[in-house]
Ligand binder design. Structure first.
Ligand code: SF4
Length: 247
């Protein structure tokens, strides 16, 4: 029998906790332990390659999403705003967590979660079938909706955690905390990218909702840029296994 693949130490630290869509279940100790606990063995390992392909395809959709956003912005005469001053991180006399929650990037992530709820509620109201899009999505949009749903409430806490870490790291000038902030911000950015890709696939599918879909795309794009300004090192952060071969 073939040896199981070597585990990648700490791979789950900066993952999105979406094991069903992860391409590294066979190399993740966390997954192995949880699967043992559930008694589901290694069933998902067979999907690693399929999942890798799925995310590659979403990567192509993201490129198209960015093109779409640029076109829309150019048509509407929207210019990229300067996010530098808005996204600076200041500690007030409040708690770290409250300061983090009140940061513009965190607020924008929370607003996004509300926009998603409103979009689905409005789409369901307009539906002729009376069926909910969340529970009965059309086959062709099923995966995009899964992506939106998975990251719907994921982005906000990740951004809050990264900002909170930055605030505490500022006091302690701790390199480890800084690295953790970058890793956490990177996971948030990936979730935003994937959500953008998924929304771009929905754009045009629901004509009555086109303006709202557009607002979500523009809002997410702005959020993505604001997180990049706050955490300029995040994109370059290397997550073992995901971003670099494990050594
Ligand atoms: S690395 Fe993959 S398999 Fe492991 S916990 Fe994260 S999503 Fe699940």
């Amino acid at each position: 029998m073939a040896e199981p693949p070597e585990l990648i130490q700490g791979i789950h630290t900066y993952c999105d906790r979406w094991c069903e869509r992860c391409a590294y279940t066979s190399r993740c100790l966390q997954f192995r332990l949880e699967a043992e606990e559930r008694g589901t063995g290694d069933a998902l390992q067979n999907f690693d390659a399929l999942n890798a392909q799925f995310w590659q395809e979403m990567g192509v959709a993201l490129v198209q999403a960015m093109r779409l956003i640029r076109e829309i912005a150019a048509r509407a005469g929207i210019e990229a705003d300067d996010l530098q001053s808005e996204t600076a991180i200041y500690a007030s006399s409040g708690t770290l967590q409250r300061d983090a929650r009140e940061h513009p990037s965190a607020s924008a992530a929370l607003i996004y979660a509300g926009m998603v709820n409103q979009w689905f509620a409005a789409t369901d109201e307009l539906s002729d079938t009376g069926e909910s899009l969340l529970t009965n999505p059309p086959h062709v949009l099923e995966e995009s909706i899964q992506v939106i749903r998975h990251y719907h409430y994921f982005i906000y806490p990740k951004i809050v955690r990264a900002i909170e870490g930055r605030l505490s790291g500022k006091a302690a000038s701790d390199r480890e905390i800084e690295a953790d902030c970058s890793g956490t911000a990177k996971v948030a950015l990936i979730a935003i990218d994937r959500s953008l890709a998924a929304w771009s696939l929905l754009y045009g599918e629901y004509s009555a909702q086109e303006d709202n879909t557009l607002s979500i795309l523009l809002h997410l794009d702005r959020l993505r840029r604001s997180v990049e300004v706050v955490f300029p090192e995040a994109r370059a952060f290397i997550r073992q296994g995901f971003d670099a071969p494990y050594s």
